[in-house]
Design a protein around this ligand. Structure first.
Ligand SMILES: [Zn+2]
Length: 324
């Protein structure tokens, strides 16, 4: 289990042993914190033949009972997982789950169903699940995970025991990333909003270098206006590139306001922030306001508008006039 989740795992395992876990648990937390892994681990604890109130001495899951072995082999008939890999979770997937839960447990230790990224359920799927949540089948436990619980039906949320996984402490994550053979830095963690697994993938893909290049180009636009087209296409590559830019401008504004440099999010770009801070708070604030609006209209999920390039071009044009 990931080091930042071990405390959560222990608390939840203790609840299972005391039979205080409800029949439906919703694990909430930002993307890339290991919700899926935690749900899988809880499923193992729930189904392990040695998890009983009487055997508090025994570790759970034990790892060697029949149930634990079947899960390891990915072949446990009392465990049903709806993965979040697809674009949405349809009503058929939920009906199948309900069907599986209504059958009696083969190994006599109850049944467990996991729904990953439960917010991907369609309305019909959510309504189908609601029935199961209202009339839980005997020994069944439902484990839902979601990074966007606000997108779930309120009636689903209210029928679940909700468990929030906090953003992990940065020093724990940085140490873990080093152990993975990566070269982590706080700025990389900040642009990934503290997400350990998100930062791992980002670093492994070499994206941190891309961020530094792009922000450098942007900060030096006044001196090198010929790179404007390249900056524009770079910012359009991924919606998150605008977040990088936002953090840079926010840090620059912090310095322009004469505030201390502690708490800068892009700790590795302080020199660039200092260069930009010379524009003064007013111009930086104006640019930031425009950028925030731009991010709102271009945010993924709302579907990228066809004229995204045009809108970004307009913002960059204003910026070029601003820095002249
Ligand atoms: Zn076991």
């Amino acid at each position: 289990m990931y080091p930042w989740l071990s405390g959560q795992e222990q608390q939840l395992t203790a609840l299972i042993r005391r039979r205080q876990l409800g029949h439906a648990l919703l694990l909430k937390g930002v993307a890339g914190t290991g919700k899926r892994e935690l749900a899988t681990e809880l499923a193992r604890v729930l189904l392990c033949q040695h998890t009983t109130v009487a055997s508090n001495e025994q570790p759970a899951p034990c790892g060697h009972c029949h149930s634990c072995q079947l899960i390891k082999a990915g072949n446990h008939s009392d465990l049903h997982v709806v993965t979040g890999q697809q674009r949405s979770i349809g009503v058929d997937a939920i009906r199948q789950l309900t069907q599986v839960l209504s059958e009696s447990a083969r190994l006599g230790h109850g049944k467990v169903a996991v729904i990953e990224q439960a917010d991907k359920m369609t309305e019909a799927a959510a309504n189908a699940l609601l029935k199961t949540l209202e009339e839980p089948a005997g020994e069944a436990t439902l484990l839902l995970t979601s990074a966007h619980p606000e997108r779930l039906l309120p009636t689903i949320r209210s029928r679940c025991q909700q468990w929030l996984l906090p953003v992990p402490e940065s020093d724990v994550v940085l140490r873990w990333l080093s152990d993975q053979g990566l070269e982590p830095n706080l700025a990389a963690l900040n642009v990934n909003q503290g997400s350990p697994l998100g930062t791992r993938d980002y670093l492994a893909a070499g994206t941190d270098k891309r961020r530094q290049e792009l922000l450098q180009q942007f900060a030096l636009l006044a001196k090198q206006p010929q790179t404007l087209t390249s900056v524009q296409s770079g910012l359009l590559e991924q919606p998150v590139h605008l977040l990088w830019l936002q953090l840079l401008l926010q840090d620059a504004l912090q310095l322009a306001l004469g505030l201390s440099s502690t708490g800068l999010r892009l700790v590795d770009s302080e020199a660039l922030c200092r260069t930009l801070s010379q524009l003064g708070p007013e111009r930086l604030n104006q640019a930031l306001t425009g950028l925030l609006q731009l991010r709102q209209t271009l945010q993924p999920g709302a579907g990228r508008p066809v004229n995204a390039g045009l809108q970004l071009g307009q913002w960059l044009n204003d910026w070029m006039i601003n820095i002249r």
